[in-house]
Design a protein around this ligand. Sequence first.
Ligand code: PEP
Length: 252
Amino acid sequence: MTRPKIIAGNWKMNLDHIEGAALARAVRDRLSGPARPCEVVLIPPFTSLEAVAGAIEGSPLRIGAQDLWYEPSGAFTGEISASMLAALGCRYVLIGHSERRHVIGEDGTLLSRKLRAALAGGLFPIYCVGELLEDREAGNADGVVERQLREGLGGLEPGDAGRVVIAYEPVWAIGTGRNATPEDAGAMHQAIRRLLADLFGEPAAGAAVILYGGSVKPDNARDLLSREGIDGALVGGASLDPGSFAAIVSAL
Ligand code: PEP
C-alpha cells in the first residue's frame, strides 16, 4: 500500500520568530527544485508560527504546532486552541510528545481530549507514543505503546483515526544520539499497525502513516526510512540545521 510520507521537524523551544523565519527560508531554499516524494513539515514554537508561515509561503512546505489546548476558547490562560492554529495555516499538531508526557506530566485522558480537539478543528494530529528505557529493558515496550495508543485513539471512528499520524519515539532515543535499530523500530511499527487493525480494521491500519522519531540524523536516516512500514520521521535536534534536515528529507 502506498502511503503519504512525512518528514517533520520539531524545533521544540528554540529560536525566536526572526531566527525561525531565517531557518525556514534556509530549509525552503535547500529543498527547492524537483518536487519531493514527501510532505515536509516545520514545527516551530507558537511565537514563530506566523513568521515561518510567511517564510515558506508559495513553497510545498507545511507548518505544524507543538501542542494545543482542547477547549475552543475561554478562560485558559496561556493556552492556544485548534482554531487559532488553523487560522495561522497549521496543518499538523503534535500531541503527546514525550517532553509533554514526561516533563510536563500530561496523561492519557488529557491527551485524548487534545487529540479529539485537533481532529474537530480540522488539524492532523501527530500523536507521539514511545516507551522509557526501563520499559524496554523490562520487555514491556509493546505494552506501553499499546496502552498509549488505546488511551489516545480508543473510541474514535475509523475515518477520524485515519487522520491521525502516529509518531513512534522511544523516549530513550530522543535527544540522546542513540537511535532505535531499524529492526527494532520496524518491529514496533508493525506492532502498532496490528493494533490499529484490531481497533479500526485492516484498511485504516494499512493507510495509517507511522513515523519514527529519536535521534534521526543524516547518517542513520536512510537505514531507518527504508524499513517497510516506516513512513517518515519526526526530527528534533537535526531539524535546527537546514543542511542536516534537508539531508534527512533527501534520504526518503
Ligand atoms: C523529537 O523531539 O521528537 C526528537 C525525536 O528529537 P531528536 O531528533 O533530537 O531525538
